[in-house]
Design a binder for this molecule. Structure first.
Ligand SMILES: [Zn+2]
Length: 405
């Protein structure tokens, strides 16, 4: 199971509708539990029938999407089953008698009641609770997976807002061919000088055509602008220039896509884990002065494909918070501030002078393998299985522990 989470943006009235849905879920769950308590020998089928009855009796239950009702009932049933199993196996101490819920925080839909719009990154809930269309906030775009791979959609209420979780199941056929375990992991840092540097001390250069096509595009764009006449129908020459420019764009973007794809595939094939920075925050810092377009586009493409191939081949990909990765010493952890022009990492702890990006990638690897939060949910990754950070030695690339999913 993979879970992708986005924050939801919407109107106050929509959030009230979510609250109302969650309340109904809780109502259904507790009603099912009561039904089981009150009637001896109730089985799963009886409880399902009871939900149908509830939908007839209460209009607000009927308003909730039927799969969400089912899901609420299934949860109760799972709790009951767990209790039965514990009793049967004679577990010592508490048997986990199912409890009435007081603080339900989520509502879960199966395959109906919602619709994703991939282009606008919005999700619409269409049952009688009138939640309507909500905007998804989050850096992952929705093209990594097909809609049929979404098994369930869950809305979760938290202290800081409402979130939606897309719960994806990958068909084993999608994950083939399975790759052999490599016992290696790598972290990459996207620098300015290189396309990226990795924690093995290797660097990948930006291909020359990145710059070339940029130049060419600028030229085409200028030519197009020269032919543009304000306030009247554009000439054939303008249309020609416009088409040329558009084609140039397409060509350049395909080249970039191919390059990123190739590099990403290689990283995924030769490592069990690929770590990188969750770069949003860093962008803000870096972009102030620097020619951002090339690096940003290149990076987001690379990340997209790393995550795509990671899913496809069942490898771990971890995005770590980018704070201090360039300043901290990968050996002793001391914070060594660097200006943008400082190309090396120097520390008095005895570590040899390192390239700045190399040092950063070592920090990223350390963060990813020591369990300090990746962007995947912990339900998927047991990060601790990778051992603590001391097992990662500067300059070495041996991962201890094993893959946990
Ligand atoms: Zn140090």
């Amino acid at each position: 199971m993979f879970i992708l989470e986005y924050k939801l943006r919407g109107k106050e009235s929509q959030f009230r509708a979510i609250d109302e849905s969650i309340r109904t879920v809780q109502f259904v769950r507790n009603k099912c539990l009561r039904y089981w308590e009150d009637n001896k020998g109730v089985g799963q089928k009886d409880i399902y029938k009871h939900v149908t009855a509830l939908r007839k009796e209460f209009s607000f239950v009927k308003d909730l999407n039927s799969t969400a009702c089912q899901q609420a009932c299934e949860r109760t049933w799972t709790a009951i089953l767990k209790f039965y199993t514990n009793c049967k196996n004679n577990i010592r101490g508490k048997k986990g008698y199912p409890k009435y819920s007081k603080r339900t925080r989520s509502v879960e839909f199966k395959k109906s009641g919602w619709k994703l719009n991939h282009d606008t990154k919005r999700i619409t809930f269409s049952d009688g609770k009138n939640i309507g269309e909500l905007k998804l906030i989050g850096s992952r775009d929705l093209y990594y997976f097909q809609e049929w791979q979404i098994q369930r959609v869950r809305i979760v209420r938290r202290a800081d807002g409402y979130f939606v979780q897309l719960i994806l199941k990958l068909d084993p056929r999608d994950i083939t061919p399975q790759l052999e375990t490599t016992k290696k992991c790598v972290a990459i840092d996207v620098g300015l000088k290189y396309f990226y540097s990795d924690s093995n001390g290797e660097t990948v250069e930006c291909p020359k055509y990145y710059r070339q096509s940029e130049k060419r595009l600028n030229k085409l764009n200028r030519r197009k602008s020269r032919k543009f006449v304000k306030g009247q129908k554009q000439s054939n020459n303008y249309q020609k220039a416009r088409k040329k420019y558009a084609k140039g764009h397409l060509k350049a973007s395909r080249q970039r896509e191919e390059f990123a794809k190739e590099k990403a595939l290689r990283l995924i094939q030769s490592n069990d884990l690929v770590a990188y920075e969750d770069l949003k925050v860093k962008n803000l810092v870096r972009n102030k002065k620097l020619a951002k377009s090339i690096n940003d586009v290149a990076w987001s493409l690379l990340r997209k494909w790393i995550e795509y191939f990671g899913l496809k081949y069942g490898r771990l990909t971890i995005a770590v918070p980018p704070h201090h990765t360039t300043s901290d010493c990968p050996n002793c952890g001391k914070r060594v501030k660097k200006s943008l022009s400082t190309r090396t990492h120097v520390c008095d702890c005895g570590i040899p002078v390192l390239d700045r990006d190399y040092a950063a990638s070592l920090n990223i690897l350390k963060k990813a393998t020591s369990g300090h939060g990746g962007s995947w949910s912990n339900e998927i990754l047991d990060l601790n299985a990778w051992g603590d950070s001391t097992s990662i030695l500067v300059g070495s690339n041996t991962c201890q522990g094993k893959l946990s999913h």
